[in-house]
Design a protein around this ligand. Structure first.
Ligand SMILES: [Zn+2]
Ligand SMILES: [Zn+2]
Length: 177
């Protein structure tokens, strides 16, 4: 069992109120639209796309624009308050937790969830570094989420074909194609 604090949730997440203060301190404009986006991101386990943040925001605040959503996400990423992830789901995902952690990715619907487990044992074997000074490993496990597993057998089979060879790669190894 690991007692490593790096894997503890929320250590790297700022509340909407803290983000408002941070934005102001950096001389950036805080509008009700931006605060709405802060709230949507806070403790959001889905790793939303910009479009899904926009869809949620516009339901609450019809005056918000997709441009504002992109600009706010860009600003947050620049400030190091969110991580920008490409997990192979076809769209950029945004993660409000910038602390070190891993991910579960559904190969059928693209669902993404955090995985807080200690893979500090994952190392590049000696001699295979290719001149790299190797840092930490981020592990992505691909498979089917609970919803897709409960779906029709045909849909599940289709998902398995699409993700063939990529369902359960060895820890830390991305499929090459
Ligand atoms: Zn799924
Ligand atoms: Zn995450």
């Amino acid at each position: 069992m690991s007692t490593n604090n790096r894997w503890r949730y929320a250590a790297a997440v700022h509340s909407p109120e803290e983000l408002t203060t941070l934005f102001r301190h950096r001389g950036r404009k805080v509008t009700p639209q931006r605060q709405c986006i802060f709230r949507i991101l806070h403790q959001n386990p889905t790793h939303p796309t910009a479009e899904s943040v926009y869809a949620t925001a516009v339901a609450e605040m019809p005056t918000i624009s997709l441009k504002t959503v992109y600009q706010t996400l860009n600003d947050l990423a620049e400030m190091g308050e969110i991580s920008v992830l490409d997990l192979g789901t076809g769209a950029t995902r945004f993660d409000p937790d910038t602390g070190g952690h891993h991910h579960l990715v559904c190969t059928s619907c693209g669902a993404v969830r955090d995985l807080f487990a200690d893979y500090s044992g994952v190392v590049v074997p000696a001699g295979l570094e290719q001149g790299f000074e190797v840092g930490e490993a981020e592990v992505v496990f691909r498979g089917l989420c609970e919803t897709c597993r409960a779906g029709s057998p045909a849909a599940a089979a289709g998902a398995r074909r699409k993700g063939a060879g990529a369902l359960l790669p060895p820890a830390g190894v991305e499929p090459t194609n």
